[in-house]
Design a protein around this ligand. Structure first.
Ligand code: X8Z
Ligand code: ZN
Length: 590
């Protein structure tokens, strides 16, 4: 009875607070915007140093500054619930404040510190992870990825694949604890758990967002199954029944990518004709490109659309090349350090097509940052997070043979581009990715909401990999395996549905911008290079930041308020037809 009374009086105090905050919602938001920007700047600098120079010291420093930032962001988020907001803008910012942190910290100071340190440690452990066969033979992720990319020896592939996963196993305990703490933080903000929080950032009820993803997936699944069927057939021809069956899921070490997330490194194996499609790696090497020239070339594309040149500090402060003498997080990233003009990328650029495409992806983030830099910090984000990831990829879809001619990388007439070869190359990258993009957060949601307990982490991961991708673990997994931890975004806590959305949205943007540019032929032949009206349309949307619900931002470019796969299907239509014919007589699916 006493306890109940205490609760009741607490409730009364809280209700009273809600009615009478000491400042107006505008004053509250102005202060929050200002202080979060300032503290975020410090956290960003510290994280930058950590990621560029991984040591125990930088890990601690970064954890310290990020703990301060999280404490502040969480306090503001909790406090925001005492305000209603007078205008639509105020209401929107109050809601956005709840989602500032993807892993919200508990109010308890010790737990906040603990969470921050664990997160920094996970990031450092992933970035500096090594697989050592013996003490003089250690390999980092970059080297192991090269093996997966180039080798056609199943034993060698398996060793590199397993090797990288030995780095992830020890992360499980720390990860498990971050889930507990992050969920506690999410509950203090009024969410059921972190899954509920992550799904609440899409201008629709969280449960509907999941349905929305499933709906979009159902639009592309039949096409993916055809691609899967074709690739599996080729792998079976190459490696035989004992390595790849003609009917079941594909073992994950054979797809040319450490996570089997995109299969573009299989172009040769699946028979893409090098004389009938453009091999960008070959062109970059022949023209003696270095990392900076690759970045300049990508910048030049954005400038050709009417966007500004990058600030000099971008070139002074970015990291383009993997340093020889220190550990860095090589996973490519784009940073908005001060929420103004201090923008940087951090990448271990290789002179190849994959890096060339990724540079465009990263500059997409950078140009988004610059476009919305004058907005209040809470609006300094994209309409939904898929837009941010889609931006640079949209530009990348304009890297056509004609464009490569225009920039003198490809001599005109040297390659007779054929439609199927060109589309197959693209599909191995973009279409193969879709179920991977979807399943990562499906796994996390189950982990966050408790449907999957730590003892089932790995099994649940492989169940989803098989269900969605038709991919399986190449061998029985050790009891302590934590294979999800071998993918950067899991220890780094980067939400992943954004990439699934981006792979849909980029085709919607591409189709709309090509229309603006007056393009009439097939979509895969369109490049918006040099087209100012298309650039203006895109930049206008980027300038909106997160200030409006995403359907409005989407409509500003495409005229439609719906995310859907029709543009992707249209882009690949000839290939889909071709694959269906090629797969006649095969038992597709798994
Ligand atoms: O992480 C990235 C970017 C940085 S936002 C390089 N991507 C995802 C990945 O590598 O898993 C781009 C595509 C998917
Ligand atoms: Zn990105």
């Amino acid at each position: 009875m006493k306890a109940l009374a205490l609760c009741l009086s607490l409730l009364l105090v809280m209700t009273a607070c809600k009615q009478k905050p000491s400042q107006t919602s505008k004053e509250f938001l102005d202060k929050a915007n200002k202080e979060l920007k300032k503290e975020g700047h410090m956290a960003s600098i510290a994280s930058w140093i950590q990621a560029n120079f991984i040591t125990d010291d930088t890990t601690r420093l970064s954890s310290e500054y990020n703990a301060r930032y999280s404490e502040m962001a969480t306090a503001y988020a909790v406090d925001s619930k005492n305000y209603v907001g007078k205008t639509d803008d105020e209401k929107r910012m109050l809601h956005l404040m709840l989602g500032v942190l993807s892993v919200p910290s508990p109010k308890d100071k010790n737990k906040n510190q603990e969470l921050s340190l664990l997160k920094s440690e996970l990031e450092s452990a992933y970035g500096s992870g090594k697989y050592c066969k013996d003490k003089d033979n250690c390999k980092g992720l970059e080297e192991l990825e090269d093996i997966i990319k180039d080798s056609k020896n199943p034993d060698e592939l398996l060793d590199a694949w397993n090797g990288w996963r030995t780095v992830a196993a020890p992360l499980k305990e720390k990860y498990q604890r971050t889930v507990e703490l992050g969920n506690e933080g999410a509950r203090e903000l009024g969410f059921k758990d972190m899954a509920d929080l992550w799904r609440s950032n899409y201008d629709m009820p969280p449960a509907e967002f999941e349905k929305e993803l499933d709906r979009i997936w159902s639009e592309v699944k039949p096409f993916y199954e055809q691609l899967h069927c074709f690739v599996r057939g080729k792998l079976n021809e190459k490696y035989g029944d004992s390595v790849v069956s003609k009917t079941g899921p594909i073992p994950a070490h054979l797809l040319g990518n450490m996570w089997a997330q995109s299969w573009d490194n299989l172009v040769d194996l699946v028979g893409v004709d090098p004389s009938q499609s453009v091999d960008i790696t070959k062109l970059l090497k022949a023209a003696n490109y270095d990392s900076k020239k690759m970045v300049k070339t990508a910048e030049n594309f954005f400038v050709s659309l009417g966007m500004p040149k990058l600030p000099e500090t971008f070139y002074e402060r970015s990291l383009f090349d993997k340093p020889r003498d220190r550990e860095v997080v090589c996973h490519a990233s784009a940073w908005h350090v001060d929420m103004e003009e201090d923008v940087r990328i951090k990448m271990c650029i290789k002179i190849d097509e994959d890096s060339f495409r990724t540079i465009h992806h990263e500059l997409g983030h950078i140009y988004y940052y610059l476009a919305y830099k004058s907005l209040p910090p809470l609006y300094q984000a994209s309409a939904n997070d898929g837009f941010h990831e889609a931006l640079g990829d949209t530009i990348e879809l304009s890297i056509t043979g004609k464009y490569l001619n225009d920039i003198n990388l490809l001599q005109s007439g040297s390659v007779q581009q054929d439609e199927i070869n060109t589309l197959l190359r693209m599909a191995l990258g973009k279409v193969a990715f879709l179920p991977f993009g979807l399943m990562i957060d499906k796994w996390r949601w189950q982990v966050f909401d408790g449907r999957v307990q730590p003892a089932q982490y790995n099994q649940a991961w492989w169940d989803l990999r098989t269900q969605y991708q038709g991919v399986k673990a190449p061998n029985e997994r050790p009891a302590d395996a934590f294979d999800p931890g071998a993918k950067y975004h899991i220890p780094a806590y980067t939400p992943y549905s954004r990439y699934f959305l981006a792979h849909i949205l980029q085709f919607q943007f591409h189709r709309a911008l090509c229309k603006t540019a007056g393009h009439t032929g097939p979509l895969h032949e369109c490049s918006i290079f040099n087209n100012k009206p298309a650039g203006e349309k895109l930049f206008a949307m980027m300038k909106m930041g997160a200030s409006k619900p995403w359907p409005q931002a989407l409509a500003a470019v495409t005229g439609s308020e719906q995310m859907d796969a029709s543009a992707l299907r249209e882009y690949f239509a000839p290939l889909e037809k071709w694959l269906v014919e090629k797969n006649q007589g095969q038992k597709c699916g798994w």
